[in-house]
Design a protein around this ligand. Structure first.
Ligand SMILES: *Cc1c(COP(=O)(O)O)cnc(C)c1O
Length: 225
């Protein structure tokens, strides 16, 4: 990529961040919202550009590609969120390198993360992924199963259970967000709701989201090749 194109792309990221932040600020809500920049497929220099523009929380889906990025930024204060599917042979590395995990839907995974978390790092923040629309293609527990999994995870020693995450169907996200709002209201000790992406962050925040995960509207369209 030549110098000009690179500069143009860098400028775009900070402009995009401003826009996303002002969309967040434009929503009337009485809670704080943390923007997570979803940096899957993105390079260290793209993350650096977002960081230079003030962004500190980043989300990654694929462990392998995230590790180099995390180690590059070690000691800079970036906060890393794991938001992708979790295989049980990857839990040690996730527990060691991430601050938050959004995508837990099995007690077995939560137990492994707790066992493998180095206590010196403090507790690992954890969200239970809820398959709010009961889609076959998506991970997550059904709403009816939440109570049981919460009661098992909440007592794990090196985990801090914070709340819930969902990825609703695009067509029906308003209803799904409001179901999630209703769900978390039943758990007074859980305060974190991770929902809302580039296309629907406003509705998510109106329904109580306080962690929004935005990729495309910050970094542009992803290409996977
Ligand atoms: C990729 C991804 C996002 C970001 O989606 P955009 O539409 O690019 O904003 C958010 N959450 C999860 C779980 C993702 O995999």
């Amino acid at each position: 990529m030549d110098q000009f194109l690179m500069r143009k792309q860098f400028l775009m990221i900070s402009d995009n961040l401003k826009q996303v932040n002002s969309r967040i600020d434009s929503i009337q809500s009485n809670h704080d919202v943390q923007l997570i920049a979803v940096s899957k497929t993105r390079s260290v220099s793209e993350i650096q550009e977002a960081f230079d523009a003030g962004q500190t929380h980043f989300g990654e889906n694929y462990l392998q590609e995230s590790l180099d990025k995390i180690s590059y930024f070690k000691g800079t204060g970036l906060v890393w969120h794991f938001i992708g599917p979790i295989q049980s042979n990857k839990t040690a590395s996730i527990a060691e390198n991430f601050d938050w995990v959004h995508s837990v839907d099995r007690v077995k995974i939560a137990k492994r993360l707790s066992d493998q978390r180095n206590p010196n790092l403090g507790k690992l923040n954890l969200l239970i992924q809820v398959n709010v629309d009961k889609e076959e293609t998506k991970s997550g527990v059904f709403i009816e199963q939440v109570d049981e999994i919460v009661s098992e995870i909440i007592s794990l020693p090196h985990i801090c259970l914070r709340g819930f995450m969902c990825i609703p169907q695009a067509e029906n996200s308003t209803n799904s967000f409001s179901e999630m709002k209703n769900l978390i209201s039943k758990y007074p000790t859980l305060g974190s709701l991770s929902m809302g992406m580039s296309s629907d962050l406003e509705v998510a925040i109106e329904n109580g989201a306080n962690l929004v995960r935005v990729g495309t509207d910050i970094f542009g369209q992803r290409s996977y090749n």
